[in-house]
Design a protein around this ligand. Structure first.
Ligand code: HEM
Ligand code: HEM
Length: 155
């Protein structure tokens, strides 16, 4: 069913705050892991090894991932359903949902299917999409806002 009326689909303040906090921790912990993994090493008795902080960035990342998924799940019945029914921002919104699903699947695969050969490929697929998530989220917010402003003339 195509509903013509334009809706204001902005998030409530709590939703917005928790999404921002959890996504910021998710994104930064991922970046920190990458930085430590590729650029920081320490000398051990057995040669060069990972910095002790590196594993903590991943532990923080796993926690933030779970929190982010709860929040993304909470967007489905309101934010996503309403916008989908009104055909607003479908392409960019659909991309966000597909991205979240792909990050979840590749994150899961890193836990359980990381063989010696496949792990580097799964890892790179995951973090390239992860880094792309920030510009795509920003583009999603801007294009949604533009649609509403164009159709309603409201700021
Ligand atoms: C993982 C999934 C998604 C996330 C994390 C997400 C997140 C967001 C955020 C943070 C905003 C800015 C809200 C604000 O300014 O308060 C937004 C705006 C918007 N989103 Fe999504 N979204 C998702 C999926 C979708 C989908 C699937 C659709 C459409 C079918 C959609 C449609 C919109 C629209 C229309 C706006 C503009 C709201 C307005 O300014 O009136 N979103 N989204
Ligand atoms: C919904 C979004 C996301 C989910 C569910 C998710 C989940 C996961 C999971 C489960 C792991 C494996 C942790 C482990 O092996 O102990 C992981 C690793 C990782 N994630 Fe994410 N993640 C998400 C978004 C991101 C983002 C936005 C980035 C951005 C930089 C990112 C970067 C990384 C990196 C660098 C690793 C380590 C890869 C490796 O061990 O080889 N992730 N993620």
């Amino acid at each position: 069913m195509h509903k013509k009326r334009t809706i204001d689909n902005r998030l409530g303040p709590l939703h917005r705050r928790w999404l921002t906090i959890s996504f910021a921790i998710l994104f930064l912990s991922g970046l920190l892991w990458l930085g430590f993994h590729y650029f920081v090493a320490v000398k051990t008795n057995f040669g060069e090894g990972p910095h002790p902080l590196q594993q903590w960035w991943l532990k923080l990342h796993g926690l933030a991932a779970m929190a982010t998924l709860v929040i993304v799940g909470s967007l489905l019945p309101g934010h996503v359903r309403k916008a989908w029914q009104h055909h607003q921002n479908r392409l960019s919104g659909g991309t966000m949902v597909a991205l979240a699903a792909s990050l979840t699947l590749t994150g899961y695969a890193l836990y359980y299917f990381g063989g010696e050969a496949s792990r580097p490929i799964i890892s790179a697929t995951h973090w390239v999409m992860g880094i792309a998530a920030l510009p795509l989220l920003i583009a999603h917010i801007i294009s949604g806002r533009r649609t509403r402003q164009r159709q309603t003339g409201k700021l």
